[in-house]
Unconditional design. Structure first.
Length: 89
């Protein structure tokens, strides 16, 4: 389907992606706290992850799958556990 001039389909897709990234960030925050880290900087420092970048991930910045897997391993969380209930956040 070709986009017509003035069609907002692309904007909707970008908004959907932004929403999913924010949900991923909320899930990261949830599991970080569940792992006993009240501070994102301490978690990042102790697990050799860039502190500023990790903070951006929790805020909804784009994250590569291999980076997500590395972070989840540090939290002792599987991908399945991470995405179970994803739409609740």
């Amino acid at each position: 389907m070709a986009l017509k001039k003035g069609d907002n389909s692309k904007g909707k897709t970008e908004n959907d992606e932004s929403l999913y990234l924010k949900k991923i960030g909320a899930r990261l925050r949830h599991f970080r706290k569940k792992a006993g880290y009240t501070n994102s900087e301490n978690f990042a420092y102790e697990n050799n992850i860039s502190r500023p970048q990790y903070g951006k991930y929790e805020a909804g910045a784009n994250i590569q799958l291999n980076t997500l897997i590395k972070i989840l391993k540090a939290m002792n969380v599987t991908l399945e556990e991470f995405f179970t209930g994803f739409n609740e956040y």
